[in-house]
Design a protein around this ligand. Structure first.
Ligand code: FAD
Ligand code: UDP
Length: 405
């Protein structure tokens, strides 16, 4: 039948059992589960003009399917999350590959045994790799911080090379910080891999939705109990009541159309923006995406090329590698990272994890802790660096809990 789109002014709040803010994986999975398993009438409020959150894709003017908010590749070891998304679409097998452009020479990323040979030459690489394998074990993943902590001069040689040629400039561009300054979990996402496996991810389940992500979301939200209000910001329809006028006074209730909403409210937007940034804005990184279409079959040798030593963009993605689409044309996308400064113009993409920022976030989170029907969920609302599969897993876990209630 299709998604039931409604105008907020036509919604009868008394007829709504659960509210979901945001239609990315966090919001859409919970909405579907509550509609289907608990027979709840769910209203999804989405500020953008479309559903799908950051996974949204569409065909561009050249007819190429492109991702509008960053390249999204599905990979997981969580079978429940994979089985869940498989319900809504066919999947194509796809293993993402990334090369670093190192002054015009390509090095596989994660930096692996093949990268060692390209960087150091076969003979020296054999000797250094043997030392690495003796130290860490074959087929092991070693974070750049672990590698840099070694004192052996040969391991230091490798660590310095990888640090300077793979991590330093890319991390400075992406975060405005050095690898030492970012949370260690960030660079640990892309460890040195003592292997010939040149896939970016080693997860058991990897792939892409055969027709794209947007139809997947449209099917997930296509349920008689779900209505979706697009172009609607939660702040514009929520009336927040606090326990007192104190800045840190917790939320007492959330009203819509002058009535306190008693059902579950699953909020997947940035928590600071819900509270109109009363404690100052949480720091995020934003991105600009620049697309180019070329009259050639393929422009790049693989899905993504990372520019680790040159250029002011971080990476280029060529969508046809990801989607398997055939066409005489191709569209590529460059990513430029910036501080998130202007909510009207920019999108918050990456929480900048640090003790200070996490404490800042917790101050906002504390405002919500006294409202048992309010559930912050997702990459923005939890101020975390979560991949899609983790969000799906967390959304299913929250739905399990809400279905039980
Ligand atoms: P989102 O997808 O951001 O959805 C939140 C939704 O809430 C949005 O639609 C937003 O418009 C809406 N919203 C926000 N505030 C409000 C409000 N006040 N009122 C109403 N609506 C609101 N993960 C992977 O697993 N693989 C990848 O390859 C991958 N690549 C990525 C590339 C980039 C550049 C980025 C930034 C992320 C990538 N991710 C990837 C992570 C992935 O995007 C997230 O895990 C996923 O989007 C999280 O889903 P979500 O529902 O929490 O958030
Ligand atoms: N990174 C890097 N060089 C690379 C790849 C990654 O320095 O070639 C670092 C960088 O700090 C980046 C982080 O590792 O932000 C995580 O990389 P990932 O590819 O997981 O980032 P995402 O796809 O989430 O943007």
């Amino acid at each position: 039948m299709g998604v039931r789109y409604v105008d907020f002014k036509d919604v009868e709040i008394a007829q709504v059992d659960a509210l979901v803010v945001g239609s990315g994986f966090a919001g859409s999975v919970v909405a579907r589960e509550l509609a289907e398993r608990a027979d709840k009438r769910v209203l999804v409020i989405e500020k953008r003009a479309h559903v799908g959150g950051n996974m949204y894709d569409e065909t561009d003017e050249a007819g190429i399917l492109v991702h509008r908010y960053g390249p999204h590749i599905f990979h997981t070891n969580d079978k429940r999350a994979f089985d869940y998304v498989r319900r809504f679409t066919e999947w194509r097998d796809y293993s993402h590959k990334v090369l670093a452009d190192w002054y015009g020479t390509y090095l596989p990323v994660p930096f692996n045994k093949t990268s060692m040979e390209i960087a150091f030459g076969d003979e020296r690489a054999a000797c250094l790799t043997e030392k690495l394998v003796q130290t860490f074990g074959d087929e092991r993943k070693v974070t750049i911080n672990e590698l840099r902590a070694q004192e052996d001069p040969e391991l230091t040689e490798v660590a310095d090379f990888v640090y300077r040629n793979v991590f330093l400039y890319y991390t400075q561009k992406q975060w405005g910080l050095t690898p030492e300054e970012v949370d260690p979990s960030v660079t640990a996402r892309v460890p040195v891999f003592l292997s010939r496996d040149d896939r970016y991810f080693q997860d058991a389940y990897q792939g892409m939705p055969a027709e794209g992500y947007t139809p997947l979301f449209e099917r997930m939200l296509d349920h008689e109990n779900i209505s979706v209000c697009l172009n609607t910001e939660a702040e514009s329809v929520f009336d927040l009541e606090f326990e007192s006028d104190d800045e840190d006074a917790p939320l007492a209730e959330i009203c819509l159309n002058d009535t306190a909403f008693e059902g579950p409210i699953v909020y997947t937007g940035p928590l600071d923006e819900l509270f109109l940034s009363r404690f100052g804005r949480l720091p995020y990184r934003s991105l600009d995406f620049v697309y180019e279409t070329h009259d050639v079959d393929y422009k790049l040798p693989c899905g993504t090329v990372n520019f680790t030593v040159t250029e002011d963009y971080t990476r280029i993605t060529e969508f046809k590698h990801l989607t398997g689409q055939t066409s005489a044309k191709t569209t590529i996308m460059k990513e430029y990272s910036h501080p998130y400064e202007d909510p009207k113009r920019q999108t918050p993409y990456y929480a900048i994890l640090s003790e200070q920022n996490n404490a800042h976030y917790e101050r906002y989170r504390a405002l919500t802790s006294s409202l048992p029907n309010f559930h912050p969920l997702g990459r923005l609302a939890e101020y975390r660096y979560y991949n899609m599969d983790v969000i799906i897993g967390r959304a299913l876990a929250l739905a399990d809990q809400l279905v039980e209630d």
